[in-house]
Write a protein that binds this ligand. Structure first.
Ligand SMILES: [Zn+2]
Length: 126
């Protein structure tokens, strides 16, 4: 690579369709059913955090779930959003979890962070 940096392995269509079959065409977090071309291949443990390029570290997510997960690990995401732990979740949820559920928790997390910041900022005044 001309610019250096980590070389991202191209994930093959075969791997994608294997994941698609394994997940029964559903997003691994919200259970939404879509056609394969709409899915994003996510690294359960992000590459930035030493996640491996292997099928065991891949999962298919819908765009909103993938965006929300960001740099979190699978375990962290599941804990934050109170999803079935990865050890227990053998398949995506069979009943779709609405995006509003995730959005509500995202807002709560953001509010908690903001409150914490405010508390820290005002600390020297007391
Ligand atoms: Zn999803």
């Amino acid at each position: 690579m001309i610019f250096g940096g980590p070389v991202r392995k191209q994930i093959s269509k075969d791997i994608e369709s294997e994941l698609f079959k394994k997940q029964k065409g559903r997003c691994n977090y919200c259970g939404r059913k879509m056609s394969i071309s709409y899915f994003h291949v996510d690294h359960k443990t992000p590459v930035s955090r030493d996640g491996k390029e292997s099928i065991g570290n891949y999962q298919l997510l819908c765009a909103p779930c993938n965006g929300r997960k960001g740099d979190l690990t699978d375990g962290e995401f599941r804990r934050l959003y109170h999803l079935t732990s990865s050890r227990q979740a053998k398949a995506p949820p069979s009943k779709v979890i609405p995006q509003s559920y995730f959005i509500k928790i995202s807002k709560e997390i953001a509010a908690k962070k903001a409150k914490k910041r405010r508390t820290q900022d005002s600390w020297p005044l007391f």
